[in-house]
Design a protein around this ligand. Structure first.
Ligand code: ATP
Length: 234
């Protein structure tokens, strides 16, 4: 397994956000986390990237225990995150924003920048536009592109379709598929469960900080309980 989250507990003060949560992500997979608001999806990603500390349990990356490894070192190991809410630097150009993703790298970035521009032609057209003046969907592209500039082995995506028009949502999901095809493992958090499950090899359903179900994405699409709770049921 590339990434193993093993029985973790995470707290905000006294509140337990994750309670014995375990997931596994294999190399080359797209894995989704779905669940209601407050189920702990964002907290799971933040804990994997090192933004939240564990109370107990372990996180293994490539078999190595990274539970206590600081976030910036996890980036170097190959864990890249595109955060919820995007965090684009408004006063920097599109290109400067992308380069911020790679500020720790000393090697030539041209090929990686070119790849991001190939995936996101819109960003290529707007290299010199300020991040803050880009549309919501375009800022989402910047955030994903910036995470890709760290050359992640696993890309953690938090709500990439949030706030986007339906056409752009379809585009973002196509791009995620393409990023995966090119060799990056993806762990995806999505409210848009239908699209996420279609795209995913496997998925986990979270409820109040625990995994209550896991299966292949396509199988969860047909699961009556999942349909009723997360897919607007029929
Ligand atoms: P959503 O889909 O609404 O983004 P989520 O599944 O991503 O939800 P989390 O954001 O991980 O859920 O939150 C899990 C729990 O932890 C919730 O009960 C939430 O209120 C709580 N929580 C999250 N962040 C904080 C914080 N900074 N301080 C206190 N409690 C928090």
């Amino acid at each position: 397994m590339l990434l193993e989250v093993d029985n973790i507990n995470v707290h905000y003060g006294k509140i337990a956000a994750l309670k014995g949560m375990s997931i596994q992500v294999g190399e080359g997979e797209i894995v989704s986390l779905i669940g209601a608001n407050g189920a702990g999806k964002t907290t799971t990603l933040k804990t994997i990237s090192g933004l939240r500390p564990l109370t107990s349990g372990r996180i293994l990356f490539n078999g190595q225990d990274i539970s206590k490894t600081p976030g910036h070192k996890r980036v170097l190991l190959g864990i890249g995150q595109s955060p919820e809410g995007r965090g684009v630097f408004p006063g920097m150009t599109v290109q400067e924003n992308l380069l911020m993703g790679a500020y720790t790298r000393k090697d030539d970035l041209t090929a990686d920048l070119d790849e991001v521009y190939e995936l996101f032609p819109r960003l290529n057209e707007r290299r010199t536009q300020f991040g803050g003046t880009m549309s919501g969907g375009e800022q989402q592209m910047i955030a994903i592109g910036r995470a890709l500039m760290t050359k992640p082995k696993v890309l953690l995506l938090d709500e990439p379709s949030m706030g986007l028009a339906p056409m752009l949502i379809a585009q973002i999901f196509d791009i995620i598929r393409e990023i995966n095809k090119r060799g990056t493992t993806v762990l995806l958090v999505e409210q848009n469960a239908q699209q996420a499950l279609k795209l995913s090899d496997r998925a986990y359903v979270l409820e109040t900080g625990q995994v209550v179900k896991s299966a292949r994405g396509v199988d969860l699409l047909d699961d009556p309980q999942v349909r009723a709770a997360y897919l607007g049921g029929d």
